[in-house]
Design a binder for this molecule. Structure first.
Ligand code: CO8
Length: 372
């Protein structure tokens, strides 16, 4: 068995960003227009008017201030309210693969490694652009990696679950190194016309190079352990899939996009995540207060504050548990990886940190790392 490390991570940031003010202005124009269209039904009491959204609510309820997207003009068009993508021909690289390649190249460059040093690629994300061929195979081939690639989806925990798969492959000697790539293009699956969730998500791509510790560059993070947990919940769902056509569904039907019971998720997931992390640390004879940094899933600022308080017994500082969701929004599985990517340079050799995701499924994945 080999010791395993996260060598380096990579990040692709989309070209466009939407502020809360821009988002709310577009939403409120849409709501006004829709209410005007249905004025008679609203007056007759057979339809409820769409209430306006507000910047203050969004910042207070979530901590999100803006989010990156692949295309913003379609999202901000009150007559459309979803991104406008050009259909690419089969001979052109697909959008998910393109951003996957960019993030993967960033990780390889930072690690001083080549495609020839890598034996496999896992594309782990909450949404796949198509059913097949696997996104991972397209990204792997575009990078020139010989070996294998496969896709996996555990919603917001895809990245940590992908790290677990990669760590096991490297630990057993099945691969020298695996790239885990998380192209999270959430904007096409978000119900931008629903004020309860229109502010939540953003697009991004992260990549994680997992390799044998003895091949890893200085400053890599040894993976001390990974731990995964799932338990079924209907509180976060998206029913779109290959059977939608046979069910005569309209892609705009509310359940064909992301929907959730946000308050229930908040209440149920926070204690589960804190308990999961504490017991994972205990397996390694570590205590939560001895952890130098928590790179937590970035869904909601209040959730992270609550989880960190349960672990530390006090309010967490930005140094204990860095926040990136103010800039990126919820980027599904990429959030905890962005937090790690942006905030790991100051961790001293020997110090321990935890990467932890939580989300739909429910799913929770934790990775305990120690700086070399
Ligand atoms: N503007 C103004 N008021 C609003 C708005 C708005 N935009 N939205 C809601 N309100 C109102 C509500 O109507 C409600 O009014 P009233 O009290 O009169 O009924 C009031 O504000 C409070 O609403 P909520 O109870 O809904 O507000 P919360 O304080 O619960 O905050 C949150 C809502 C921010 C959604 C919060 O519950 C939350 O973040 N929960 C956690 C959710 C979470 O972590 N989900 C994980 C999802 S991600 C995942 O697992 C994978 C998904 C895969 C990717 C999908 C791609 C699209």
């Amino acid at each position: 068995m080999h010791r395993v490390a996260i060598s380096r991570t990579g990040l692709y940031t989309p070209p466009e960003s939407i502020s809360n003010q821009e988002l709310v202005t577009a939403f409120n124009q849409f709501a006004e227009w829709d209410n005007h269209q249905h004025a008679a039904a609203i007056a007759a009491g057979t339809r409820q008017p769409i209430p306006p959204s507000s910047v203050e609510f969004i910042e207070k309820a979530s901590g999100i201030k803006r989010r990156y997207v692949m295309e913003k003009s379609g999202v901000l068009d009150p007559q459309r309210m979803y991104p406008r993508f050009r259909a690419r021909p089969d001979h052109e690289i697909s959008m998910m693969a393109e951003i996957g390649v960019a993030a993967a190249k960033d990780a390889l460059l930072r690690a001083g490694k080549q495609a020839s040093d890598v034996d496999g690629l896992i594309c782990a994300a909450a949404n796949m652009q198509r059913a097949y061929p696997a996104m991972a195979v397209e990204i792997q081939t575009a990078l020139g990696i010989k070996g294998f690639g496969f896709d996996m989806n555990v919603a917001c925990s895809s990245a940590t679950f992908g790290i677990d798969m990669a760590v096991n492959a490297v630990r057993t000697g099945a691969a020298r190194a695996i790239l885990v790539v998380n192209p999270e293009i959430t904007s096409p699956h978000l119900a931008w016309k629903d004020r309860d969730c229109h502010f939540i998500f953003g697009d991004v791509c992260t990549a994680i190079l997992v390799e044998r510790l003895d091949n890893a560059p200085a400053g890599a993070f040894e993976v001390l352990g990974t731990r995964l947990l799932t338990t079924f919940s209907n509180n976060i769902r998206n029913n779109a899939g290959f059977m939608s056509r046979s069910e005569d569904r309209n892609p705009d039907d509310r359940d064909q996009l992301f929907y959730q019971e946000g308050r229930k998720v908040f209440k149920e997931v926070c204690p589960m995540a804190a308990e999961h992390i504490a017991s994972h640390l205990a397996e390694h004879a570590l205590s939560p207060t001895g952890v130098r940094r928590y790179w937590l899933h970035q869904a909601n600022l209040g959730m992270n504050q609550l989880i960190a308080r349960k672990l530390l017994g006090r309010d967490a500082t930005a140094d204990d548990a860095p926040v990136i969701l103010d800039e990126f929004g919820n980027t599904a599985s990429a959030g905890s990886v962005i937090a790690f990517h942006r905030h790991h340079e100051d961790i001293a050799p020997g110090e321990v940190g935890v990467i932890c995701s939580f989300g739909a499924g429910y799913s929770i994945g934790s990775v305990v790392v120690r700086r070399t």
